[in-house]
Write a protein that binds this ligand. Structure first.
Ligand code: BTN
Length: 223
């Protein structure tokens, strides 16, 4: 059962850190850690993840049934919980109106048989810091007004459906939510037009010299 047992912290450094401790101590599949506030929230690529207290759904799940498409299936689940306006920006940011609503950070110890799936979803933030004002959005700003405790059951049931779903279904759902397909993108190695993901989740980009396959890192939409 995804979401039980649940440990809630009013304040912690990072729910991923708490979930990793629980996983290492033997916590079962689906153990959920949530928090109102994090002092050291982590994002992908070594970035920080910050949100005003109580304004975001901050959660981490202990998973023991691992599969390679976990980051993609988690993004599909977040989209389903949010609704038709949600899209995925490769590999697993969730966008609404071309702005980031949610981020996903998977940290694993496959050799010990567990991974932690961390999700941060902006719920009621009304004002983002200047540097994020153009690129971030919350459910409230998108007119999808809900509370963190409203969103959580929908997200848990979507995760229950999508984590471990057959790869073909996950890939089809991810492709139907692809925010970058046909868009011009840039990454550290070049630029081109995104043309979708292959069956391993790598992003294909058509460049002037041919198709490039990106299997890690970050791409930026050229707006
Ligand atoms: C990203 O977009 O870079 C991923 C952001 C992931 C943030 C969440 S918030 C809950 C969990 N705890 C963390 O420290 N990080 C994840």
């Amino acid at each position: 059962m995804i979401g039980l047992p649940r440990v809630h912290h009013r304040l912690t450094d990072s729910t991923n850190e708490r979930a990793k401790e629980l996983a290492a101590a033997g916590a079962p599949q689906g153990t959920l850690v949530t928090a109102d506030e994090q002092t050291a929230g982590r994002g992908r690529q070594g970035r920080e993840w910050a949100a005003p207290p109580g304004s975001a759904l901050l959660m981490s799940l202990v998973l023991r049934e691992l599969d390679e498409l976990l980051p993609l299936s988690a993004a599909v689940a977040v989209c389903d919980a949010v609704g038709a306006k949600a899209a995925v920006k490769w590999p697993n940011d969730v966008w609404v109106d071309r702005r980031k609503l949610a981020g996903i950070l998977v940290e694993g110890r496959p050799q010990e048989g567990w991974a932690v799936l961390g999700i941060g979803l902006n719920v009621s933030t009304e004002r983002f810091p200047h540097e994020l004002a153009e690129s971030a959005i919350s459910l409230r700003l998108a007119g999808l007004s809900r509370t963190t405790e409203d969103v959580l059951p929908d997200l848990l049931s979507a995760l229950d459906e999508w984590l471990g779903a057959p790869a073909a279904r996950v890939l089809e759902a991810w492709r139907s939510r692809d925010a970058l397909k046909g868009e011009r993108v840039r990454w550290t190695g070049g630029e081109g037009v995104a043309s979708g993901i292959d069956d391993s989740g790598a992003l294909a980009v058509e460049t002037s010299t041919g198709v490039v396959s990106l299997d890690a890192g970050e791409v930026h939409l050229l707006r």
